[in-house]
Design a protein. Structure first.
Length: 273
């Protein structure tokens, strides 16, 4: 899915997405109200799919919106999905809604990022965690991956940095398997090459996992970070838009951080009354 060739036939691209989804031609045909014969003809280049068929197949294959435009171009059609700049007046209601959302999540940290992890909105909980980050990393446009993984960013204060770094890099690798994005690839190569800072000195024990999380293993990997002598522990959740019809909107993500311990919840209430 990460090929950069511009002349790959649409049938080959669709076959790649079908294989990735682990669907047979018959299974895809049933979902898309077509026939296995027609799907076969499209994939081998014996039939040219209509724009409607390309969009229908892409929808049933869960192809990202940006790549749906690439499929249409490969089939000889114009892109169907616009890519509206987030600064456009047309997206003003969306921007305002996202800002209200992250503000309402306080005192817990929350932020909005685009497809290359540029920070588009953040609340006071995020600002709290950024204390001590090098000023140059906080200059706009801020990038969440750089801020987190850079040795002058949050990295030295993250207690379980090796595990958290691995989680973030795997997240980026999954994205790169889905979309052909030169900026995202460049960001991945940059942050994966950052030197790993030495672990912070342990002054007290990190919060224990919840009692119902299983023997010795929490139900999700927390980010454990130091802040002014406190140890804060968070579970991260990511939300995206359902059925987006715009490339920009399809790549927006709202990341929120839930306290992973009662102590963290209490500390945040004290730090941000």
């Amino acid at each position: 899915m990460t090929t950069t060739e511009d002349d790959v036939p649409v049938g080959a691209l669709l076959r790649g997405w079908r294989n990735r989804a682990r669907l047979s031609q018959l299974e895809l045909a049933l979902r898309a109200d077509s026939s296995a014969r027609h799907i076969s003809f499209i994939e081998t280049g014996r039939a040219r799919p209509s724009p409607e068929m390309v969009r229908r197949l892409a929808e049933h294959l869960d192809v990202p919106v940006r790549e749906r435009n690439a499929l249409l171009l490969a089939a000889g059609y114009a892109p169907h999905y616009p890519e509206t700049p987030l600064t456009s007046p047309a997206l003003s209601p969306l921007r305002a809604g996202l800002e209200r959302m992250v503000a309402a999540y306080e005192p817990y940290p929350a932020l909005v990022v685009d497809g290359t992890y540029e920070v588009l909105a953040a609340n006071r909980g995020i600002a709290l965690l950024l204390s001590g980050v090098a000023p140059e990393l906080l200059e706009p446009p801020q990038n969440a991956m750089r801020i987190t993984l850079h040795p002058d960013g949050l990295a030295p204060r993250i207690r379980n940095f090796a595990e958290w770094r691995g989680h973030l890099l795997e997240q980026m690798e999954r994205q790169l398997a889905l979309v052909r994005s030169a900026p995202l690839r460049a960001l991945y190569e940059e942050v994966s090459a950052y030197p790993t800072p030495p672990p912070p000195p342990v002054r007290d024990e990190a919060p224990a996992p919840p009692a119902d999380a299983g023997p010795g293993c929490p139900f999700a990997l927390p980010m454990v970070i130091e802040y002014e002598g406190r140890v804060l522990s968070f579970f991260s959740t990511i939300a995206t838009f359902n059925t987006p019809m715009d490339v920009t909107v399809s790549e927006l993500a709202v990341e929120t951080f839930l306290p992973a311990s009662p102590e963290t919840a209490k500390d945040l209430q004290l730090l941000m009354p």
